[in-house]
Write a protein that binds this ligand. Structure first.
Ligand code: NAP
Length: 302
């Protein structure tokens, strides 16, 4: 690994997983971590995350070759402004934010001359948050998308190698295209899950205990997704507004079409639709992107 000193800003799920994955990779890099709350710092120290943990940006980023912003998307610009005076000349700044255009717009204006900014997004996560939720295997075989925005090619290559050393597969993507792809694959599905769980909660004819006791797998999966961190997801929707609204508009049109098919008894339309979506599921499993799926081995080996 080409970084001797790595600074992680914000010690939640992603940063704690990165810290553990860096150690697992055998890297000798010194890893520093910043956390704003004493509770997070105490927990991180107790469970052995990072080599040194600070409550101040200056010592955290001092002499760091790589600084990774691991905070919610909405505060990335402010954090970048605060750390900028303390950065080592020639270092690389990156982030792990789930939205890329707004992060670039917020962060880039505060990046000093001579610092390489290479935005990134590891497509890996769980519904858990905080320093205790991390694990070293989180990024294994997951994609990490880099949206370099004109950065220096050596800085991009070094960051790509870094993510590969944590187990990820790396690809470059245009930031606006990234936001559209993620609106389809992650952001709109999260909103739908939040909505469905909200609907179940509001529906007074079905009691909460019935929902909990008799929840079928579809709904259980929704509740898992809808348990995701409220701050993170509020920021994702507000930061990826246009792409999310575009996909939700299309979703609503399709939903109306399926609603009409159910009302008119159009079984052919429903069957054709579900056959098409089933093949998408197979594609995800064949690409190795849901190795936990019970049908992974069966479909993969076919
Ligand atoms: P998390 O577990 O909730 O951790 C967020 C961290 O940010 C916490 O340490 C929190 O500090 C800190 N923080 C929040 N506001 C801050 C502020 N104003 N100043 C300084 N620190 C602040 O979140 P996460 O899941 O690791 O997500 C971090 C980033 O990764 C987000 O940008 C998210 O979009 C992205 N991401 C998340 C996932 C996922 O599935 N979770 C996947 C890929 C990318 P305290 O502990 O003191 O509250």
């Amino acid at each position: 690994m080409s970084y001797n000193r790595i600074a992680l800003i914000g010690l939640g799920l992603i940063a704690s997983s990165m810290s553990l994955a860096i150690k697992r990779s055998g890297s000798s890099a010194h890893v520093t971590g910043y956390a704003r709350s004493s509770e997070t710092r105490d927990t991180a120290r107790r469970i052995g995350l990072c080599d040194t943990i600070y409550d101040d940006f200056a010592p955290t980023v001092h002499n760091a070759d790589l600084v990774v912003l691991c905070v919610p998307v909405g505060v990335m610009g402010q954090v970048m402004e605060d750390i900028a005076p303390h950065l080592k000349s020639g270092c690389t700044i990156s982030d792990v934010g789930s939205v890329k255009r707004s992060v670039i717009d917020l962060v880039q204006p505060h990046v000093p001359e001579g610092i390489h900014f290479v935005p990134a997004h590891p497509l890996a996560g769980t519904e858990h948050s905080g320093p205790k939720s991390g694990f070293a295997e989180l990024f294994d075989s997951r994609w990490c998308l880099l949206t370099p925005n004109g950065a220096n090619s050596i800085a991009i290559q070094n960051l790509a190698n870094f993510w590969k050393s944590l187990g990820a597969k790396v690809e470059e993507m245009d930031p606006d295209h990234h936001d559209l792809v993620l609106a389809v694959t992650s952001h709109a599905p999260h909103l739908i899950a939040y909505t469905m769980v909200g609907v179940a909660d509001d529906l007074k004819r079905v009691t909460n205990s019935e929902v909990i006791n008799f929840s079928a797998t579809g709904f259980r999966d929704f509740t898992r997704i809808a348990a995701s961190d409220p701050t993170m997801w509020r920021d994702v929707f507000l930061s990826n507004r246009d792409a999310t609204l575009e996909i939700l508009g299309r979703f609503t049109e399709e939903l109306f079409a399926l609603q009409r098919a159910i009302r008119t008894g159009d079984g052919d339309l429903l069957h054709d639709y579900f056959s098409r979506t089933r093949s998408i599921r197979r594609g995800i499993i064949e690409a190795g992107q849901d190795t936990d799926a019970p049908d992974f081995g069966r479909i993969k080996n076919k």
